[in-house]
Ligand binder design. Sequence first.
Ligand code: AMP
Length: 218
Amino acid sequence: MNLVLLGPPGAGKGTQAKRLEERHALVQLSTGDMLRAAVAAGSELGRKAGDIMKRGELVPDEVVTGLIAERMDADEDGKGFILDGFPRTIGQAEALDRLMQERGKQVDRVIVLEVDDDALVERITGRSTCATCGEGYHDLFKQPKVPGVCDRCGGTKFTRRPDDNEEVVRARLKAYHAQTTPLIGYYQGQRKVSAVDGMADIETVQKEIDEALAGASA
Ligand code: AMP
């Protein structure tokens, strides 16, 4: 099964992708994570992408499509992929259809996480991540039980994404509405879309996604 998670920044795509990975033995492919790794490694691609990401704009289609193709081939023994943050433009969606077809696969389901714009700014600007294990936290909604100590691994260093500030979040939302929302119609044309209320708590969203997947495969 290959899934696309669609939704604005802060909708919970990464959180739900990690949970889906554990429950369904799927492989998460996050172009945002791949690009951040390239930035951290200081590669030429990372330097170019880093400037674009700082502005909250989209990296060119051919760059992200190339990253996805590489990772698909590296993980081809997996049961399937959860695409998180890709595709983000019609051009990327068409490229993904081609990449899947060439490998005898297809996008089976597209989960759209629906969240109000106003809630997103609050969600994104409060989030942080354990630098050791990657567990996600939020200043208001999910604080560690012991302040400053990760619940999962005991780590004490937390990081925030440089593009998680209000100004850049607004630019990312603008890019989402202009370039990514047309994908909902694209996948509705393929009868693959299930909409899920992303405003609910993490457990409820997880349950709704599972129900959508069970309904789709029934
Ligand atoms: P994300 O972690 O998915 O929120 O992505 C962070 C940033 O990486 C975005 O604001 C874009 O600048 C860039 N990015 C991630 N995925 C894509 C994509 N599929 N197409 C273009 N740019 C992307």
